[in-house]
Design a protein. Sequence first.
Length: 308
Amino acid sequence: MIQLYIPLNFLGVLYREIKQSLADIDKMFTLLEREREVADASGAEALVLPEQGPPNVRFDDVSFAYDPARPILQGLSFEIPAGKTVAVVGPSGAGKSTLARLLYRFYDITGGSIRIAGQDIRQVTQASLRQAIGIVPQDTVLFNDTIAYNIGYGRTEDPGRPGERGASREEIEAAARAAHIHDFVSAQPLGYDTMVGERGLKLSGGEKQRVAIARTLLKNPPILIFDEATSALDSANERAIQAELQSVARGKTTLVIAHRLSTVVDAHEILVLEQGRIVERGPHAVLLEKNGAYARMWALQQSVSDAA
Ligand code: ATP
């Protein structure tokens, strides 16, 4: 029996390894697929950022469809003034995360324009565009590598630092402290050398978001996109992460895709998106006074959080 068990056990391990590798290859192809959606225009030049301070971002009459038969965004116009925060709220499927993908140019829009400091994002190199934008996504993908690598990754592509593969351990630790994940990392027996990802230590949703925040702190881009996690964090964790996001966003041009309204109260402007159109817009207090879609969403969320 034992003789049979060992090879079977070995086969089980082998099977898991192969399955994992296939999952990684699959992920890689999905990324490559995305990359193929867009290409640098011939003669594209690097995005030019203002000499001082962050740039503004403008969406002008933007339309988009993943599938031509089904328009997702229709005639959207708004501006994120330099250094300000615009938040997008609305029901699931309204197109909020799509807006973020378009700004990062995962896809090209089908109508209108998106401009950063006056430059159409289709006319600049993707490398310079993505260098200027930091994303804290809904669900952070961790590499099967150490926590240090996963945080330092935020700084591997900086053209201003040729040859640098990641930040120094001191810089990684400083970013981890600012993102409030340092104590968690230090409590692991291998500290920053702890392996994470699918084959290593599994991190919770909140811990993964903190890794993403630390990455973004290291990258230090002038434009930020926060795609708030839909998965519920406990409320203490949620408040803490919100505070960290706010401090990262200070002085940066920020687009927040909000699934909870508590995140957006301080935004310069809130856009209420329904079926790919802006149905209401304005700061929190003005929208509450309007007593429309936003006020209803707010009342609903208040009653849910009171009940919890
Ligand atoms: P949620 O609050 O649930 O995250 P959302 O407002 O962010 O929703 P999006 O993720 O932007 O919504 O999706 C808008 C619409 O586009 C949805 O109907 C969705 O099914 C569709 N969609 C999203 N991604 C793709 C894709 N890669 N291919 C085709 N359709 C997509």
